[in-house]
Design a protein. Structure first.
Length: 248
């Protein structure tokens, strides 16, 4: 099915339009984003392949890592070349909307313990007990599908699976909270995907855009933690994540 052939069952045209709009954070009109879409030829694909191509680009070509803050624009995430749940989700939403696929933001918190291992122990105490988290919901095949499995790139996930090769069941840590570490639901197949769902604490519901969510609930950092994280701590965390990705 091509994008132009979809039959979307929204309650009103305005509802559909609000889920396709550009915002400050979802800045898909930015030249680098438009150039990427043109280079990849995503607009020429059928919808299922469009979602899969964008999903796996964000999942595996944008590495798992920590940006300077959660509410940066999608173009900055693309420029960084890495992201975590919230920032990868921002880029994913921007790319989807740019090719005409309606999507929305679902906000949560996750338990701090989920980040142990990815974030060195010395910095865990600086993180909130319950950390702002999100996933992306897309309207596909006349229903909403929850997509969260794009957070960890393939190489990082494989390294953690190898590190804990004796654990084939439930696992929490290193940016993962899943019922099956050996076979988590992370690949696009037209169904929900998850990699951190088992760590969810609060559910804030759905929002038309990440901008709306952050205006209401803020981000994970405040006070002196903001500059410390932006200019020092996140770089150490990213160094640790890269070490894990390389199996060190």
């Amino acid at each position: 099915m091509l994008a132009s052939e979809r039959n979307l069952n929204f309650s009103s045209p305005n509802q559909e339009q609000s889920l396709l709009e550009s915002t400050y954070i979802l800045d898909f009109g930015q030249p680098d984003i438009q150039a990427l879409i043109s280079q990849r030829g995503w607009r020429k694909l059928r919808v299922y392949e469009q979602v899969g191509a964008v999903y796996h680009f964000v999942k595996d070509e944008i590495l798992f890592g920590y940006n300077r803050r959660d509410d940066i624009p999608a173009s900055e995430v693309l420029s960084d070349g890495y992201g975590q749940c919230n920032t990868k989700g921002t880029l994913f939403m921007a790319l989807l909307r740019a090719i005409g696929i309606p999507c929305r933001f679902h906000g949560f918190t996750i338990e701090q313990s989920l980040q142990i291992g990815a974030i060195p122990n010395i910095f865990i105490k600086l993180a909130p007990k319950y950390i702002i988290h999100s996933w992306v919901e897309i309207y596909f095949d006349n229903r909403w599908i929850n997509l969260e499995g794009f957070i960890l790139d393939k190489k990082y996930l494989a390294a953690i699976q190898q590190k804990f090769s004796n654990n084939t069941g439930e696992f929490c840590g290193y940016g993962i909270a899943t019922k099956c570490l050996a076979k988590p639901e992370v690949d696009w197949s037209g169904k929900d995907t998850f990699i951190q769902r088992e760590g969810i604490y609060d559910d804030f519901g759905v929002f038309d855009s990440p901008d709306e969510f952050y205006q209401q609930y803020g981000t994970n950092l405040d006070g002196i933690r903001k500059p410390l994280y932006e200019y020092l701590i996140r770089h150490i965390i990213n160094w640790n994540v890269q070490k894990l990705r390389l199996g060190s």
